[in-house]
Design a protein around this ligand. Structure first.
Ligand code: TYD
Ligand code: MG
Length: 453
């Protein structure tokens, strides 16, 4: 037995330390360092390139490399294909993250069942019977889909050699363990090592591998950030578990853009692709309510449509109340002052309450115009068309200012079924083949005219 060797890993960033310390010197997080047992043993990972006959690596001139061989594998799922940028790239590693119960296993099994290729679905979470029961709910059972309930990578590779699958799905990366490291499954060193073995296998045989990953309570993929660096594509499956719609996005994509999103509906028989997203919005709106406006905002790199609600009423007490949830209260006061001074609305003696629905906090200035529109709509009690959205900043002179990445916001609004978007007149849009109606305004006053005549 070799001498046991332990190292300290930061559970947040994956940095390695020689001793325990309260704060990680790399990412500055507190109480994230844990001891893990690593044992150096002789490496018997995925067979080395000498005995793999499929691909043999040697340096090539870039002009000699044919891209035809890299043709993408069509997943037969249009939403997934779109998010991936046209299909799975041979030899790529894709990581699919999402909250428990959101439908990650369902989505991957459904894809494994649909594909005309030989797929291997490795599960460390459910028994073969449970997977069969799920498969029966989803679709007719495919002859090409193999199920393996195994968590040790060495055994998985042994089966892979025998079956020679065209696609491998791992559910989930946190349940895998390799013989070379002695820490428990799901620890930093296990995740890193098992992922590295899978990458080696994927690259050498040009087989796409899809990993399912758990996420932590603050929404990040459990394990080190390094996992996200190692894989080629990171997909995020999100949505409210109590709600039937699910959104699939790419947070990182080496082979395509991260602007695309896929929408699914969870049904009794698996996930249905929603090709016309406007049905989501139309089904939700029974009646027109005044005081709501929808804004196309960006959360980090990702576009997001949010609803803003305002309530304007006569102040009961001497001093009017202003309160904002999810939006900067000072900025609300500024917008009210602009509306008063530049658009002639008497809001000085009114209570104004503002709420960003869904409990999220936004500090993107692009929601200013939607805030102003919601306030005006509540003030005069006329509803704004639900298929209209806003993306612009409001300046102190009452001017409507351009915002960053407006094209991405327009695309998101179009994808989600909006018919019109209000943006600043000064926005530069490089391409102009959108199907959505783009309304350009220069001043807050113009918006009032446009909305309420
Ligand atoms: P699952 O794929 O197990 O989630 P994850 O792998 O992300 O943890 O999804 C489970 C949920 O999906 C569960 O609450 C039941 C629901 N579901 C359906 O509504 N219809 C179906 O056909 C299937 C298979 C699951
Ligand atoms: Mg699962």
């Amino acid at each position: 037995m070799a001498k046991t060797k332990t190292t300290f890993f930061c559970q947040n960033c994956g940095a390695q330390h020689s001793k325990w310390q309260g704060q990680c010197s790399s990412c500055k997080q507190w109480n994230t360092i844990a001891e893990e047992v690593i044992q150096k043993a002789e490496k018997i990972t995925w067979k080395t390139s000498e005995n793999t006959s499929k691909k043999h690596a040697r340096p090539l001139r870039i002009s000699e490399i044919s891209t035809q061989a890299e043709a993408r594998l069509n997943t037969k799922n249009n939403e997934l294909n779109r998010v991936l940028g046209g299909g799975l790239v041979p030899g790529s590693l894709t990581l699919l993250g999402g909250e428990p119960g959101i439908g990650k296993s369902t989505l991957m099994l459904q894809i494994a069942l649909q594909l005309p290729y030989k797929t291997l679905y490795v599960s460390g979470e459910e028994s073969a019977q449970q997977i069969k029961m799920r498969a029966e709910r989803i679709q007719p059972i495919s002859e090409n889909c193999y199920i393996l309930t195994e968590t040790k990578t060495q055994n998985i590779f042994r089966n892979i050699e025998e079956i020679e699958p065209d696609i491998v799905v791992i559910d989930s990366i946190q349940t895998l363990h390799t013989d070379h490291i002695e820490s428990t499954a799901g620890s930093i060193s296990q995740i890193r090592e098992t992922t590295a073995e899978l990458i080696k296998y994927a690259k050498e045989t040009a087989t796409p591998v899809i990993l399912i990953g758990h996420i932590t309570k603050d929404g990040n993929i459990a394990g080190p950030k390094i996992l996200e660096h190692m894989v080629d594509t990171v997909l995020q499956f999100e949505g409210d578990r109590n709600h039937i719609y699910r959104i699939l996005r790419a947070n990182k994509n080496r082979f395509g853009s991260t602007n695309e999103l896929g929408i699914y509906e969870m049904q009794g028989s698996g996930l249905r692709e929603v090709s016309n997203p406007s049905e989501i919005l139309i089904s939700k709106n029974e009646e027109d309510l005044s005081g709501t406006a929808i804004s196309a905002t960006l959360e980090g790199m990702r576009p997001l449509m949010i609803e803003i609600q305002a309530l304007v009423s006569s102040a009961v007490y001497g001093t009017p109340q202003r309160s904002a949830t999810g939006y900067n209260a000072k900025r609300l006061n500024m917008i009210l002052a602009v509306l008063e001074k530049r658009a002639g609305f008497k809001l000085g003696a009114k209570d104004v309450f503002l709420n960003v629905t869904g409990g999220i906090t936004v500090d993107d200035p692009a929601i200013d115009l939607a805030v102003a529109a919601a306030v005006l709509s509540s003030n005069i009690d006329i509803a704004i068309d639900k298929r209209l959205c806003f993306a612009a900043e409001v300046g102190l002179a009452g001017e409507v200012r351009p915002v960053t990445r407006v094209e991405q916001r327009i695309l998101e609004a179009e994808k989600l079924g909006f018919t019109s978007i209000v943006i600043s007149k000064y926005c530069k849009i490089p391409k102009n083949d959108f199907h959505i109606n783009i309304i350009k305004v220069a001043k807050v006053h113009d918006v009032v005219h446009h909305l309420f005549g």
